[in-house]
Write a protein that binds this ligand. Sequence first.
Ligand code: PNS
Length: 165
Amino acid sequence: MKRIAIYPGSFDPVTNGHIDIVQRGLQLFDTIIVTILVNPGKKSLFPVPKRMAMLRESLSSLAGVEFDSYDGLLVDYAKQRGATAVLRGMRAVSDFEYEFQMALMNRKLDRDIQTVFLMTGLRWIFTSSSIIKEAAQFGGDIEDMVPPVVYRELKKKFHPTGSSA
Ligand code: PNS
């Protein structure tokens, strides 16, 4: 039987930390479906099609990765796709409470779907899409934290005249 995991997130935008989690996840699962879902607590910078295009370009070299987006409950989507696991990256202790809550809620909603947490590589432990967006907005150098396509898109978004970042 194929082991399928959903890797859900906002991916607004995808970072090198996300890519690291997909690479690690591929050691455990045959297929990882990277799925953009709605996080009602976050206001997005990029529209879903642009986020999807950046994900596809950044992960195109990896076999066993599929892409999708879904507007609804993660566990419903996982069931529809025949997935038995949800993959999430864990960085620091600060992630724990939110991730713990979400994993327990998902388990309450569907007992057959397991959440698997993987540690990101130490290089990415302090990065997040939010902090990268903030740094990029104010001209900080984030080039080594994101895939090239994301670097270009952030530059276009915040510094269209090429002034900095
Ligand atoms: O990258 P993020 O923003 O931390 O990802 C959070 C996300 C999108 C995975 C989460 O908000 C989610 O699963 N949204 C879909 C609705 C849902 O099923 N929520 C969890 C149970 S209430």
